[in-house]
Design a protein around this ligand. Structure first.
Ligand SMILES: C[S@@+](CC[C@H](N)C(=O)[O-])C[C@H]1O[C@@H](n2cnc3c(N)ncnc32)[C@H](O)[C@@H]1O
Length: 221
């Protein structure tokens, strides 16, 4: 069996109890090395860890699939919540692990943390990720139209081509008011957490690849 679990935004204490129990009981724990290191406080010390990077993910997930078919309890760790910007990796569990039905355990997303920090109600917002393979032009148009309809937007940038500064400039070029309020959060819940708060026009800073942006319905005077 393969469990696909969201380990939350980074602080290992912000994990569902169910996920903590699974990590304590797992035979095999897998995921990107950077993600595993955020959650390892809860790992079964005897579990086999199958860590990966972008280059060897196919081969490593293939190994996890074999362990699962041997009857081992396998847990694959996702950043944040599986259901926000996680489906490309989930697809790899289907194809590379050859597991069509992993059990998904949701986690706390960086989007939820960012919403809490900015008092952004989900029902007034749209969620977008540019952190994906392929063409993002439709997503860019969706963002413009959502903001024009008065929605807030919780946005994962695309390292390094469409980061907060480029997103802000794109929105200004598309007629979104320059005083639209923007928050950017870097490494939410990590010890080195950092944030920016200002307007679209002012948002020119460089941020790390672990950043999320909230573009607000509010305007600043
Ligand atoms: C592939 S997406 C996965 C998002 C994740 N599933 C979630 O729910 O937060 C990875 C991107 O999410 C954003 N992200 C994840 N955790 C974050 C955090 N703690 N603080 C800020 N941004 C974060 C970053 O932009 C990162 O590059």
């Amino acid at each position: 069996m393969i469990y696909a679990v969201g380990i939350g935004p980074g602080d290992p204490d912000m994990m569902p109890y169910k996920t903590v129990l699974l990590l304590k009981e797992a035979d095999v724990i897998s995921g990107f090395e950077t993600v595993l290191r955020l959650a390892d406080k809860h790992f079964n010390p005897n579990a086999l860890q199958v860590s990966m990077g972008y280059k060897n993910q196919k081969e490593k997930l293939g190994e996890v699939g074999i362990y699962s078919r041997e009857g081992k309890k396998c847990v694959v760790c996702f950043m944040g919540d599986v259901n926000f910007s996680g489906y490309e990796y989930l697809d790899r569990i289907h194809t590379d692990c050859q597991e069509p039905n992993p059990i998904i355990i949701p986690g706390i997303s960086s989007a939820q943390m960012a919403a809490s920090k900015t008092l952004t109600a989900f029902e007034t917002s749209v969620f977008l990720t540019f952190h994906k393979r392929g063409d993002i032009s439709e997503d860019k148009e969706f963002l413009v139209s959502a903001l024009k309809q008065g929605k807030s937007a919780i946005v994962i940038p695309l390292p390094w081509d469409f980061m907060p500064a480029e997103i802000s400039q794109f929105l200004l070029d598309r007629g979104i008011p320059h005083n639209t309020h923007v928050d950017v959060f870097e490494h939410l819940t990590w010890p080195e957490e950092k944030s920016y708060s200002g307007t679209l026009r002012e948002c020119k800073e460089k941020f790390s690849d672990v950043s999320i942006m909230v573009i607000s319905r509010k305007t600043s005077s």
